[in-house]
Structures are given as C-alpha cells and as structure tokens.
Ligand binder design. Structure first.
Ligand SMILES: Cc1ncc(COP(=O)(O)O)c(C=O)c1O
Length: 431
C-alpha cells in the first residue's frame, strides 16, 4: 500500500473534501526549509505559508534552537499558578509592541478570539449593562471555526451547517479596495454615512465590534478601506462598544507593520494574534488586553475571576519559540522587508495578469497578494492546484481568489520561479 492509500484509510484532513483525494492524493512531505518543501518528487515552493503562519519560512534556525534550549530545562508546566523568565519576557515584549498591557495565552487563533468574545461579554455583565450582549462584525469576515467564532463570522460554507446553533450577530458592509493607498481606501465618508443609520439602530445592544483589520483572509484576501475602518472604530468607541482586532492573519509584520491596526488612528481594546507568532513552529495564540478591561475584572465589587483555561496555556516551548521569533523579526527588520516585498508581489501578479488575461482584481498589502482567476468551478480549481503542485508550487485558491502568502524573507530566485510556475499553471489549466 502506498503512503497516501494508508493515509486515506485513517486520516480525515482539515478543510478538505475527502473524495477529492481519490484523484489528487495528499502531498508527501519529507522535510521543509525556508520557502521549500522537500517531497519524493522534488522541491515545492510553499506559496501559502502553510495556512499563513510562516513569516520566516520553515524551520528558522533561531527559533528551532530556542525550542531546543527550552527542552533542556522544562517543556511545559501549568501556568495557572507558576511563572518563568521567558513567559514574563514575552508578556513585556507584546505589551511594548501592542500597547496593550495584558496577555492571555491560548493555543490557536479560534481560542484567542473565543477569549476576546467572552471577556467583553463578561466585562459588561460585571458593569451591569444587561442589554449590551450582541456583536457587530464585518460582511465576509472570518474569525475561526468554533461555534462562538463562527457566530461572528460571515462565510456561508463554514457556517451554514451549524447556523441554527450559532448566536446571531450584526454585520456591516465594508467598501473593498485594491490596496491601502487607493483613493477609495483613504476616503470612505460616503460609504460610512450610508451604514450609519443601521449602526445607530442596533447600537444599544452592541457589546463589541470584531474585525480583521484592512484585509479579510478567508474571504479571499480582500482589502478594504482604512478610512472606513477608522470611522467605524471611532463610532464604536464613542458608543461604549469594545473593539476587537483579529490580527491572527495580519499581525506580526505581514502587512509591513507589527500589526495592521498600526495603520489606524483609532486603536483596539483587544487584539488576537496567533499563526506567525511562533514562526509557525508550535501552536500558540494570545489575546492582548487593555488596562481598562483588565481593571473591570480586577476591581469588580463582586468576585469575578475569568475562568477560562487551556491545558497548554503558556506552553513553555511555544513561548520560547515566540520570543525568539519576535526578537529575530526585530533584528532583521522584517517590516521593511514586507514593505519591499509588496512591490515585487504586485509586479509579479500584474505580469501574470497581462500574460494570461485570466487574473483580474489584483489587490494586496505587505506580504499578501491576490487576484481573481477567470475560472471558478471546483473541478477546474482542483486541476489548476494539481498542475501547480506538479510544476513545483503549493497553491490553494480560495474560491477563484488566487493568492500568495510566502515567507517574507523568500529568496529572489524562488519568487521568480513561483511567478513562472503560476503563469504556466494558469496557462495549462486554461487549455
Ligand atoms: C483572521 C482569522 N481569525 C481566526 C482564525 C482561526 O485561527 P485558527 O485556525 O488557528 O483557529 C484564522 C485562521 O485562519 C484567521 O485567519
């Protein structure tokens, strides 16, 4: 029996239609380094950062050696009533970068969002605002796949089967743009005034606004107006509505800034980060929390502990990986690299678009670039993905949105190769 035959007898792969594997079996990975995956059929460029979590590529040496160092002392001890140097150092570092002084650790993005949602609901309860129990989110937003995170998400396929078990949220339409510096991105007064009457109607019940800042990942890497978001945050703050920035995809240098919310004049009360936090080596997520929110629990008249925990909250190996990742990002100035990469990615997609006439609506920010393929049926997209894989690139369009999310330190020759492979694969799949 081949490895993929054995795999398909026992492994249920995430976010996949299992019957598709009969035609296109899972890719066998032998090892990985930087932007490259080593397979029995040769090297393949990981153009999607293994689900958006590889800002430094696979197996960055500084991060791997930090994990190995930590293994020499302890791998994980309950953090409910213990502390250690690295955890405190990471807390200090994140507070400095985000200006949000408190960190709550979880293991994955969805859990970090779940913590944020629960915290804001609980805070309002402590304060006695009985009516402030609902959430405002953005059209086409995505915040994870647990029932609560699906309840504030707006992507049909993910949510539909469980809709009756989700709580109801409110959604506001955002104006999409081609990038952050579009005229439409910088001035969205008209669009904001258009949604204002709706916002005013629902505001008495709103507890918090949750949003993916500037670019919505699972919606197909769609960029939307910075000005609109600023106005929405300003309005929310004026109406005592918490602002939760879901920076799980956008945070930690991906957009050319530590956080995408650094581009805003209005700041969130809570920020969720994960994915690139450990350079994608180990699972770790954080909910970063404002002083004001912390104080509501701390100074509550009645005892109000936040009784949320995960066994691996603050796992020491993951913490060491995160600390090494953040320090290294700072040392090599990864934000500047992401800003430089932005130009190159745009150039590559424009070139592919001109050559194939099958890629339109190009948009992006920092180390993210996307465009719409001229074909959108599932079979065609599967075939395209398989052609690209055979030619040496791991791609995974979202619907007909083709995107790259490479390591920010991807090498020049790898980017040139990825451009050729993407172009050739589109061409071949149009035949
Ligand atoms: C913006 C955003 N929020 C939340 C999540 C959920 O994170 P996780 O898959 O680690 O649970 C994701 C994952 O892609 C995401 O992109």
């Amino acid at each position: 029996m081949t490895l993929s035959e054995r795999d398909l007898k026992h492994i249920w792969h995430p976010c996949a239609r299992m019957q598709d594997f009969a035609k296109y079996p899972p890719l066998h990975i032998l090892s990985a380094k930087g932007a490259l995956l080593n397979t029995p059929y040769g090297e393949i460029i990981d153009a999607i950062g293994s689900w958006w979590c590889k800002p430094l590529g696979h197996r960055p040496e500084v991060v791997i050696s930090a994990i190995q160092d930590q293994l020499q002392s302890f791998e994980h001890v309950i953090t409910a009533q213990t502390t250690n140097n690295k955890m405190v150092e990471l807390g200090e570092k994140l507070a400095g970068l985000s200006k949000l002084p408190y960190t709550f650790f979880s293991s994955d993005g969805s859990s970090a969002v779940e913590v944020a949602l629960k915290l804001t609901l609980h805070a309002r309860k402590i304060e006695g605002y009985k009516e402030k129990t609902s959430f405002l989110a953005l059209n086409n937003g995505y915040h994870g796949e647990t029932l609560a995170t699906l309840s504030v998400s707006d992507l049909g396929d993910f949510k539909e089967p469980y809709k009756s078990h989700c709580f109801t949220s409110n959604y506001v339409k955002v104006p999409y743009t081609k990038g952050m510096n579009d005229a439409s991105s910088l001035n969205a007064k008209r669009e904001f005034f258009a949604v204002l009457p709706y916002l005013e109607t629902i505001k008495p019940t709103l507890n918090a606004l949750i949003f993916e800042p500037i670019v919505q990942g699972a919606a197909g890497m769609r960029t939307y107006s910075v000005d609109f978001l600023n106005q929405l945050l300003k309005w929310a703050k004026n109406n005592k509505i918490y602002c939760i920035a879901d920076e799980i995809m956008t945070g930690l240098c991906r957009t050319g800034n530590w956080f995408a919310t650094d581009y805003l004049t209005e700041k969130p009360d809570i920020m969720c980060i994960a994915k690139g936090l450990t350079a994608g080596t180990l699972p770790l997520s954080c909910t970063l929390i404002s002083q004001e929110l912390f104080d509501i629990f701390y100074f509550a008249k009645q005892h109000a502990p936040f009784l949320h925990s995960h066994t691996h909250s603050g796992n020491a190996l993951a913490i060491s990986a995160a600390l090494a990742t953040l320090n290294y990002m700072e040392t090599i100035d990864l934000n500047t690299k992401a800003t430089i990469l932005q130009q190159k990615l745009h150039q590559a997609f424009k070139q592919i678009s001109a050559q194939t006439k099958a890629l339109t609506n190009i948009r992006g920010i920092g180390g993210i670039i996307a465009g719409c393929l001229s074909f959108s049926d599932h079979e065609h997209l599967q075939r395209f993905t398989n052609i690209a894989q055979k030619r040496g690139a791991l791609l995974r369009p979202i619907g007909n949105s083709l995107y790259w999310f490479p390591p920010i330190n991807i090498e020049e020759y790898q980017l040139a190769k990825l451009t050729d492979i993407t172009y050739e694969s589109i061409k071949e799949s149009l035949l």
